[in-house]
Design a protein around this ligand. Structure first.
Ligand SMILES: *[C@@H]1O[C@H](CO)[C@@H](O)[C@H](O)[C@H]1NC(C)=O
Ligand SMILES: *[C@@H]1O[C@H](CO)[C@@H](O)[C@H](O)[C@H]1NC(C)=O
Ligand SMILES: *[C@@H]1O[C@H](CO)[C@@H](O)[C@H](O)[C@H]1NC(C)=O
Ligand SMILES: *[C@@H]1O[C@H](CO)[C@@H](O)[C@H](O)[C@H]1NC(C)=O
Length: 230
């Protein structure tokens, strides 16, 4: 009886230990550091402009954005909307929890969390997420208040490949598929799938991450596409 009791006790102890290991790995930090540069694929709709977009994305001026868009932004800055452009930001480890970037946004009259997520930030985030990182009541966001707009980003995954170091946070749109996204990025569907194992590319919403080897390569690739299109 004593032996059985001891056996049960040690089983219970092992169980407790396993549970607490499981639990502590859940609360353990999930990121340590981020990376200096990530890009967001920003869908420019009619009526939006580069100056506003550089303000929303806390870029000093439009030149910091133009640099990453040699093909989509013509010299006369006349963007033919709708078109996706790349906006640069740092990809940070937020509270040890996830890789993201917190933009600082000044609320304008008529803004709601929906408008901010879907229009000002072109679905790089969701209203839910904007709400989550701010204390303001969604129905009473004061004009000119500065709020946090948090978006996800990626610095890569060494278990997939070490060759890629610059990632685009890419909000999926209606009509897109894994193949359309891959061919637009000139990468294999297989590679893009491996970086986004759980993504539903045909969902018409949600984020995926598109890899590039680095700033130099992304720029070279963009230039190549421009030449090919001419
Ligand atoms: C964001 O998503 C909504 C809903 O799918 C869509 O109506 C809107 O046009 C998208 N915004 C941009 C800038 O693409
Ligand atoms: C950011 O990523 C996390 C983890 O994958 C996900 O749960 C969350 O919905 C994402 N947020 C947005 C706004 O896409
Ligand atoms: C934005 O985030 C910071 C850091 O988490 C927090 O201190 C601040 O209160 C947030 N701003 C709003 C308007 O909630
Ligand atoms: C696409 O990738 C292939 C192989 O990596 C390369 O040879 C080709 O030039 C690329 N095309 C464009 C348009 O960048």
């Amino acid at each position: 009886m004593l032996e059985l009791n001891l056996g049960l006790r040690s089983a219970a102890f092992v169980l407790l230990l396993l549970t607490s290991i499981g639990f502590s790995s859940l609360v353990q930090s999930k990121c340590i550091r981020g990376c200096d540069l990530a890009l967001g694929s920003y869908n420019v709709e009619e009526g939006n402009d580069l100056t506003s977009i550089s303000t929303y994305t806390n870029n000093n001026d439009i030149n910091s954005i133009i640099k990453y868009n040699p093909t989509t932004i013509p010299n006369n800055l006349d963007i033919q909307a709708p078109v996706r452009i790349n906006v640069p930001f740092s990809c940070d480890c937020i509270n040890g929890e996830f890789l993201g970037h917190v933009f600082n946004y000044e609320v304008q009259s008529q803004d709601t969390y929906d408008v901010i997520a879907e229009q000002k930030y072109a679905n790089l985030t969701t209203a839910e997420w904007v709400k989550m990182f701010n204390t303001y009541d969604p129905n009473r966001i004061p004009d000119y208040a500065r709020i946090n707009v948090t978006i996800n980003c990626s610095c890569g995954d060494s278990s997939v490949s070490r060759e890629y170091g610059l990632f685009v946070t890419y909000p999926l749109q209606q009509g897109e598929t894994l193949d359309s996204v891959s061919s637009a990025a000139n990468l294999s569907s297989d590679l893009i799938r491996r970086y986004n194992p759980d993504a539903d590319f045909s969902a018409g919403s949600g984020l995926v991450y598109i890899p590039g080897r680095g700033e130099g390569e992304v720029l070279a690739q963009l230039k190549k596409i421009r030449v090919n299109h001419k």
